[in-house]
Design a protein around this ligand. Structure first.
Ligand code: MG
Ligand code: MG
Length: 248
């Protein structure tokens, strides 16, 4: 069942989303060659404390960090560590909080210094695919229109859609119905309604779509070692169209 949120609940989700957005903006501003994901994780943790928010991922199924930090060929769910990021790397950061009973969830992929042209293309296409998907989040739209918007944007550019992980409904729980794949034919699935809140999150690979999980049981990496990018927003469907809750 897809839970519809009242305007009072939506107001709380705006507050959670704002904390997520502000924290990601802060983390992005700190990313330069030499910084470590452990440092970024501790900044995010302090920011949660300061704002009175609970990190959504730490402890979730045993995940040990406040942020998921996934450089280069890591797709999602990477562990923070003390390896300095290098010029030309990309880093995907996925971050969520629980605040006053509601969740916000968002992800960005950030350039460390200057990127090579192919990597820049991947990051840009992934961000654009999320923008295209969000345009489909309108009352009376169909869920798979959102999925199709991602796939049809990135595949003609030579990139591939990760199948193993999907977007999701979000609200009083981090993961609610429906699941939102980043691929599929348009015009299918549930009809979208005002009051739905969705976390849309394309994960796009430069090479093959397949992923494998490292021995830590969490970190997903591309099967071919090529790079992967990830962007996510929590979006509410309103009578006036999509409202991005995780944007400053
Ligand atoms: Mg996320
Ligand atoms: Mg998510």
């Amino acid at each position: 069942m897809i839970v519809l949120k009242s305007s009072a609940e939506l107001e709380k989700m705006r507050a959670a989303g704002r904390i997520v957005a502000e924290t990601l903006t802060l983390l992005e501003s700190l990313i330069v060659p030499g910084i470590t994901t452990a440092e970024l994780n501790s900044v995010a943790e302090k920011e949660c404390q300061r704002q009175g928010a609970k990190p959504a991922f730490k402890g979730y199924g045993g995940f040990p960090y406040t942020i998921c930090s996934s450089p280069n060929d890591q797709v999602v769910h990477g562990f923070a560590n003390r390896t300095p990021l290098r010029e030309g790397d990309i880093l995907s950061i996925d971050f969520g909080v629980l605040y006053k009973g509601f969740y916000g969830d968002s992800a960005i992929t950030v350039a460390v210094g200057e990127l090579d042209e192919e990597t820049q293309r991947l990051v840009t296409a992934t961000r654009e695919s999320l923008e295209r998907a969000i345009e489909k989040v309108v009352p009376d739209g169909r869920l798979s229109d959102v999925s199709h918007a991602v796939q049809s944007w990135v595949e003609p550019k030579g990139f591939s859609v990760v199948r193993e992980f999907v977007g999701h409904g979000i609200g009083g729980s981090l993961h609610e119905a429906p699941q939102i794949p980043n691929y599929g034919q348009p015009g299918q699935g549930p009809r979208l309604k005002t009051g739905m809140t969705l976390a849309i999150e394309p994960m796009i690979n430069a090479g093959v779509p397949g992923v494998k999980i490292l021995e830590d049981g969490w970190t997903a990496v591309t099967q071919d070692g090529k790079r992967s990018a990830h962007f996510e927003h929590t979006v509410a469907i309103t009578d006036n169209g999509p409202e991005i809750l995780t944007q400053v």
